[in-house]
Ligand binder design. Structure first.
Ligand code: NAI
Length: 631
């Protein structure tokens, strides 16, 4: 704000504070009034009509005061409440108000009696507060306003601004139509519709600029602000019907969110990605190198699913784009299905139910067993395997497990030294290994051979780990008495494609379309998990749990700035960063570095106001991939 003097005109009700002062006063004053609800509704309506320009302001104010039944004694309570209702972005930016108090004018049609105690705490000068003034009777009842004050008149703000005759540029920030009128009258250079608390279409459509927060206003005017970047400028694109819980998180953060139900193809996404900072996908969207070449603002991809094969992770690394997924969020769902299937298979319920549908009553206990006391063999004691272990044990199963990695036994579970040992003792075998190539066909003819006769076999992990023909044979020979299979080597791409498998039509076999993890709860958990990871990365630089980035989990430094530097993993970058900082006399409060084969990730917390020069120098360090400054 150099050059000619600039004035910032700020509205009070619903801008400086989240609420309308008179509405709050009405709540207090009418607390015990028999017609409270009716009056409150009328007051709200009158406020609204005045704000939208549907009735004149004077008319609205007059009518409201009559309904208020307010008294002087109500004002201290009103002020105390309003102090707790300061708009969040105003609260964050107290320093701005202190620094620019000479330039800021609060112009409001509300009453000075409650405005002044609030805004002077922000450093606003009393002579820069323009508002209506209350008139009380001898008993202290609020009976009206001082009519000589132009702000009580229609187009009061316009009249006031005319009389102030400000010499310089004028910027207006407010949520109401009367704020826009200043601009309409040619008395302001720019009107910013402030939408953090309320959004009125009549106002936003007239605005020169929409400011969802004070930071947007400050950013647009190159004024200092509490955070490095207005969050509404962070564009989030969520594809493939991602759970609403994630959308809610992002809206709460103040991001601008666009949601599409379907996936986009490569060309569509390559076009759309240009302005996107955060992309959310599920399994159908292919994020290819071509898409990423267009993704110049993209900081993060959230895969709202388990797998990340649909994303070119290598290309993401080269562009400094971090990728998160949700590897654990559906663990419980898989475990519940496994347990349910064990019971159903041990009782041959599936076949019995099918017969019933065909009119056959086959009541018999033969070949039906409880799961209590049976030996469950879990292959792969990871997230799912361990959780299954705990739940199965509580149902009275005796749990054995085998894992290629040394894993802590939970509860009373017993570790098997070899796969062979496990297969030989288990009454139920449940597979929960990952799909690494070495695991292809890990359960085949030889493995079924070792299993006990009449074993129950479950595969809810990956289709590739079981030789289907070997399983078919084991079922046919009676080695396997029942099987639950949720995953297949060749799964149909869409619900419209047919499903074909040699397991079809076999007795006591439950086939499910890869839905082990597909529950509403899992979807919500995934939404929440990935959204949280995203916010942690954007706000703190945390990469813990990322699929492709070096994992760093970081403490938050108070009173510091955080510099995030992503570079190609070549020697000497850290030294270069520190040279730049040292040269500029900047003190490092904390520094964290982690690398992988491709990139280095450095976080530096510094205690000094940084300037543009330092930022430019850091950005220009050779091999820098991405650089950003946090708070
Ligand atoms: P995880 O990675 O936490 O656990 C896998 C465990 O298997 C690890 O402990 C690993 O050391 C072990 N392992 C790998 N190869 C092995 C081998 N040859 N022998 C013994 N142990 C071996 O994975 P998580 O989250 O528990 O998932 C397990 C499987 O379930 C994965 O294949 C995953 O794709 C699948 N899954 C299926 C779902 C469905 O809808 N049906 C949903 C979620 C996961």
């Amino acid at each position: 704000m150099e050059g000619s003097k600039k004035y910032i005109i700020i509205d009070f009700d619903s801008t400086f504070t989240k609420v309308e002062g008179l509405d709050v006063l009405a709540e207090i004053a009418l607390e015990n009034h028999p017609q409270k609800e009716q009056y409150l509704a009328e007051i709200k309506k009158l406020t609204q009509m005045g704000m939208e320009g549907k009735i004149s302001f004077a008319e609205s104010l007059n009518k409201r005061i009559q309904l208020l039944h307010a008294h002087k004694k109500h004002f201290p309570t009103l002020v105390a409440i309003l102090k707790t209702k300061i708009s969040d972005s105003f609260q964050r930016n107290k320093t701005f108000f202190e620094l620019y108090k000479e330039n800021i004018l609060v112009v409001s049609s509300g009453f000075r009696e409650f405005i002044e105690p609030i805004v002077t705490e922000f450093g606003i000068l009393p002579q820069n507060i323009f508002a209506n003034e209350c008139v009380f009777d001898d008993q202290g009842n609020l009976i009206g306003y001082r009519p000589e004050n132009v702000l009580s008149e229609d187009k009061g703000k316009v009249k006031l601004l005319k009389s102030l005759n400000l010499q310089g540029d004028v910027y207006v920030l407010g949520d109401g139509y009367t704020d826009y009128e200043i601009r309409e009258a040619g008395l302001a250079n720019k009107f910013y519709a402030f939408t953090e608390n309320v959004e009125r279409q009549t106002v936003t459509q007239k605005a020169d600029h929409i400011a969802p927060s004070l930071e947007e206003f400050l950013y647009d005017n190159k004024l200092p602000m509490a955070i490095s970047y207005p969050k509404n400028r962070i564009n989030v694109l969520l594809l493939e019907n991602i759970h609403p819980v994630a959308i809610e998180y992002f809206k709460q953060e103040g991001y601008t969110v666009e949601i599409l139900r379907e996936a986009l193809d490569e060309d569509e996404l390559a076009k759309k990605i240009k302005n996107v900072s955060i992309l959310g996908i599920r399994s159908k969207t292919q994020v290819t190198r071509k898409v990423l070449e267009n993704a110049n603002k993209l900081m993060l991809i959230g895969a709202y699913c388990i797998g990340t094969n649909q994303i070119d992770l290598e290309a993401c690394l080269e562009k400094g784009i971090v990728v998160f997924n949700a590897p654990y969020s559906n663990t419980r769902s898989v475990v519940e299905l496994a347990i349910g299937e064990m019971i159903m298979l041990m009782r041959k319920i599936f076949d019995k139910s099918q017969k019933m549908h065909q009119g056959v009553w086959d009541k018999s206990a033969e070949g039906s067993f409880e799961i209590r006391g049976k030996k469950l063999g879990i292959i792969g004691y990871g997230n799912i395997g361990t959780q299954l272990s705990v739940l199965a044990e509580s149902l009275g199963l005796e749990v054995y497990y085998y894992d290629i990695v040394e894993k802590l036994a939970l509860g009373n579970a017993k570790k098997c030294k070899s796969l062979h040992e496990l297969l030989a003792l288990a009454d139920i075998v449940s597979l929960h290994v990952d799909g690494r190539p070495e695991n292809d066909n890990m359960i085949s003819y030889a493995e079924f051979e070792i299993m006990k006769k009449g074993v129950i076999f479950l595969n809810l992990s990956r289709g590739s780990v079981v030789n289907t023909e070997a399983l078919v044979q084991a079922i046919r020979t009676g080695k396997v008495a029942g099987a639950g299979v949720d995953v297949f080597l060749n799964e149909p791409k869409t619900n419209k494609d047919p499903f074909v498998s040699s397991l079809q039509g076999l007795p006591n076999v439950i086939l499910t379309p890869h839905i082990g993890g597909s529950t509403e709860e899992a979807q919500a958990n995934i939404g929440e998990f990935v959204a949280n990871k995203t916010i942690q990365y954007i706000n703190k630089g945390d990469t813990f749990g990322s699929v492709n980035f070096p994992n760093l989990q970081l403490p938050l430094q108070k009173n510091s700035h955080r510099l995030i530097h992503i570079h190609e993993n070549v020697a000497g970058i850290l030294a270069k960063i520190n040279q730049v900082l040292a040269k500029n006399g900047i003190n490092i409060l904390g520094q964290y570095l982690k690398t992988n084969e491709k990139i280095g990730y450095v976080i530096t917390d510094i205690d000094k106001e940084y300037n543009k020069q330092v930022i430019a120098e850091l950005r220009n360090i050779p091999n820098t991939v991405k650089f950003r400054v946090l708070f």
